[in-house]
Write a protein that binds this ligand. Structure first.
Ligand code: BYC
Ligand code: FE
Ligand code: FE
Length: 482
């Protein structure tokens, strides 16, 4: 089995998994391909299928230079199947089989669980493309439009990554799941995507940047946990996906940073000292910091739901059987088996939010969620430094984990941003200060006017510090006429 970094780039499906020698899987993928292209044309970026987009395409898994840049029409993008190089002598890092050689085939008793994990992971990828499909029309610049499309084609490639594993290791069942991944639709009443957050809308660019900051970061954490898998092909797949994921979060974090910069600059020029004077700030045509906070509250809480329940036997089983580890499992200093270990989890006990020690295996979803919150806090501190440097006292914050939840202990609880439980009437009175309302949506919609002159940016966002691939800001990142 080829496991180097050499990629066969010239065929229909660039790959480093030896597809040419694997007729069965190659045929399955080639049969799936036209349906994928149909899906992309129907549900991918609306109105830009003919545009030439300056995209990076993965052509290697060499950490030094795995991508090349060039103009591509998105339906002609080369969605390849790329696994990170095999690690010689790799063993299963955790669970009941810890220390045994990593599996190259799926152990019989793990089939159903692994298939479910692959399908859930695979389902999120096209869902995000569907959620973002209208955003090209209102892009604040060609630079941002190109970044959106880059994220979209890579999420498409992540779908390919899961489909490859399903088709290679799950035969007919895998082929059926691969077909179903093209049939569900984000937000559809009858055939929705599998996880809650992936059925929400992404109506404006502030939402897009918050989604890529927070929800793509769930991707980072989940892929980080799956990259530890004892099933080696999954580990190698996820390790390569993670290199792409970093860019998605960069797009989100830097996008929000640029909005903050622009807002602070406009407030200073206008002599506004109180960032919560929303009316005056909006009169300047920029996005007020309190609205950014509301979008943080929304996207953060929606993303917390993606970590599942506080106590989960699914998570315990996935760990014990060696399929899904913890984030950075290989850097944690414990026995990696966790029998008898405990973990502190926030729970709702007698109407109060309290910390409780639970069996560490049952609490693994919360362990990953805590790692997520810590990771997300770093980006938030960067945003706050910008506000501070501009001389404003306002600070953005992450809401309490009990706020606005639909999954787990706190589902349906009326907790405020600090985790205090409110009465129904207090909640109704405060809700519009916690979450974006219709007026906020209308205001954002009024700002979403497309800017398509190279080097020009909408008035509510600052230009980026650097272009893409060493290109200047005024580079024509998308040629819309094609
Ligand atoms: N919505 O035992 P529990 C990404 C279900 S993002 C609906 O706690 P478990 C990306 C659950 O399925 C990363 N249902 O569940 C980002 C279970 O149902 P069944 C995506 C939910 O398994 C941006 C039941 O409740 N990857 O890549 O421990 C752009 C009991 O719950 C939800 C993964 O998630 C929900 N939010 O935890 C593009 C990795 N939460 O089976 C891409 C794979 C729970 O009893 N998935 N339920 O009928 C997993 O590891 C786990 O399945 C989950 C859930 C963490 C999602
Ligand atoms: Fe992804
Ligand atoms: Fe992503």
């Amino acid at each position: 089995m080829p496991d180097g970094i050499n990629v066969d780039y010239d065929g229909l499906i660039p790959n480093n998994v030896g597809l040419n020698e694997d007729q069965r899987v190659r045929r399955a993928l080639e049969t799936w391909h036209p349906g994928y292209i149909d899906w992309w044309k129907d549900m991918g970026p609306d109105g830009f299928q003919e545009a030439l987009v300056y995209l990076r395409t993965a052509i290697s898994v060499d950490p030094e230079g795995w991508a090349k840049f060039g103009y591509v029409k998105m339906p002609e993008y080369k969605w390849g199947i790329l696994l990170a190089p095999a690690v010689e002598g790799r063993t299963i890092p955790f669970g009941a089989h810890k220390g045994e050689p990593a599996w190259q085939e799926v152990p019989g008793e793990c089939r159903a669980m692994l298939r479910r994990l692959l399908v859930i992971q695979g389902d999120t990828e096209p869902a995000s493309v569907e959620q973002q499909r209208h955003l090209g029309r209102t892009a604040p610049s060609l630079y941002d439009m190109r970044n959106l499309f880059q994220v979209n084609v890579e999420e498409g490639r992540h779908l390919w990554a899961m489909v490859y594993l399903l088709q290679k290791y799950f035969g007919r069942d895998g082929r059926e799941e691969a077909a179903a991944l093209l049939q569900r639709r984000s937000g559809d009443r009858d055939t929705p995507r599998m996880l809650g957050a992936f059925n929400e809308t992404t109506p404006d660019w502030l939402s897009f940047f918050m989604f890529t900051t927070f929800t793509d970061r769930d991707g980072k954490m989940q892929l980080g946990a799956l990259a530890q898998s004892g099933f080696d092909p999954l580990s190698r797949t996820c390790r390569f996906m993670l290199t792409e994921e970093a860019h998605h979060m960069f797009v989100g974090e830097s996008g929000v940073s640029r909005i903050i910069e622009r807002t602070c600059q406009a407030m200073r020029q206008a002599g506004i000292t109180d960032p919560t004077d929303v009316e005056r700030v909006r009169a300047l045509g920029v996005i007020d910091l309190p609205l950014m906070q509301k979008k943080i509250n929304l996207h953060f809480s929606l993303t917390l739901d993606l970590f599942g329940n506080e106590m989960s036997t699914n998570a315990a089983n996935a760990f014990s059987s060696g399929l899904k580890g913890r984030y950075h499992e290989d850097q944690i200093d414990d026995d990696h088996v966790l029998l008898g270990a405990t973990y502190p989890v926030l729970r709702l006990i007698d109407g109060e939010i309290r910390e409780e020690q639970v069996p560490a295996l049952s609490g693994l979803n919360m362990r990953l969620r805590d790692d997520f919150v810590a990771d997300a806090s770093v980006g938030l501190r960067r945003w706050n430094r910008l506000i501070e440097a501009a001389g404003f006292e306002y600070r953005l914050q992450l809401p309490h984990v009990a706020f606005n939840r639909r999954i787990g202990e706190f589902a349906g609880l009326k907790a405020d941003l600090g985790g205090r439980i409110l009465s129904a009437s207090a909640w109704s009175a405060a809700k519009a200060s916690f979450l974006p309302d219709a007026a906020d949506g209308d205001y954002l919609a009024s700002l979403m006017v497309p800017v398509r002159e190279p080097g020009q940016y909408a008035g509510w966002i600052a230009p980026p510090k650097w272009g893409v691939d060493g290109k200047p800001g005024e580079f024509e990142y998308v040629r819309i006429e094609g």
